[in-house]
Design a protein around this ligand. Structure first.
Ligand code: HPA
Length: 274
């Protein structure tokens, strides 16, 4: 039987962060995914905390992920921002991946914006597109909430129908239009990685309704839904999916750099209008 992470571990992380940010209660958290880390530099009056200094937290092992928690102002709002996240492929179990969001919940966070880099499965999507996620498909059969239920966070059984908040999705789309572009809207298919997918797997994902494919986010969204947090997920198509290109990894950094200005503007406008 697996060990459930005790409430005390989450509380230890939360009280360390709470002290560092002077007891502030941030309503909104943002998680920056692969190659989107530079957006963290736009946060004003930052309080920067290394993940390695937070007791009970996790440690980022991916080179393109900074591994810092930043508290500060974005578009006039106080936010908590993770620059770099944790993934299943790094070796973490699904239930360990509940830690960041549950710590946010203990700090008073009510809504979270998840961002990621992903492959474009949908034939109408191209690298550089930003997609607002309306739902996800996780066929790994695992949950971050597996194990003894901790009532502090939510009920044993919970609905994930509509966990990608419709109002926030509408807000994201209208912010994009205001900035002069439009967003795609589709389903995120979770792939455990660290390898990219086979072309046959992608074809199966497409048949099942996947529009984007990526190795993150679902554990965070499932944890957030459990503790009643609103979720917005923005996915940057950094590459064509593995059946549309010989090497999905090629060009990811270039596309991220190309789109990071637009992505940052979108994020700032969404936060401003929250
Ligand atoms: N597959 C899985 N994860 C990804 C991809 C992809 O094509 N692109 C960026 N992250």
């Amino acid at each position: 039987m697996m060990q459930t992470i005790p409430l005390e571990r989450y509380e230890k992380s939360a009280s360390y962060i709470r002290e560092k940010i002077g007891g502030a209660v941030p309503e909104t958290a943002v998680i920056l995914g692969t190659c989107l880390g530079p957006l963290a530099e736009e946060i004003e009056e930052p309080v920067v905390i290394d993940y390695t200094d937070i007791p009970g937290f996790l440690v980022s092992t991916v080179a393109s992920h900074a591994g810092k928690l930043i508290y500060g102002m974005l578009s006039g709002k106080r936010i908590l921002c993770m620059s770099g996240r944790f993934h299943y492929y790094e070796g973490y179990d699904f239930n360990e991946l509940s830690i960041p969001i549950r710590v946010f919940h203990l700090l008073g966070v009510k809504q979270v914006i998840l961002t990621n880099a992903a492959g474009a499965i949908n034939y109408n999507y191209k690298p550089g597109d930003i997609c607002v996620i309306k739902d996800h498909i996780n066929l790994c059969g695992a949950s971050p909430c597996r194990g003894q239920n901790l009532e502090e966070f939510g009920e044993r059984f919970y609905s994930v129908n509509g966990m990608y908040d419709q109002k926030l999705r509408e807000l994201a789309k209208s912010c994009a239009v205001k900035l002069g572009f439009s967003l795609q809207e589709g389903n995120y298919f979770f792939a455990p990685g660290p390898h990219y997918e086979t072309p046959a797997e992608i074809r199966a994902m497409r048949l099942l309704g996947g529009d984007m494919v990526g190795m993150s986010t679902v554990t965070e969204a499932l944890t957030a839904a459990h503790c009643g947090m609103k979720v917005l997920c923005l996915s940057l198509a950094t590459n064509l999916s593995a059946d549309r290109t010989a090497d999905p990894d090629e060009g990811i950094d270039k596309v991220s750099q190309m789109v990071s200005g637009r992505f940052g503007a979108l994020l700032r406008e969404i936060v401003r209008q929250l």
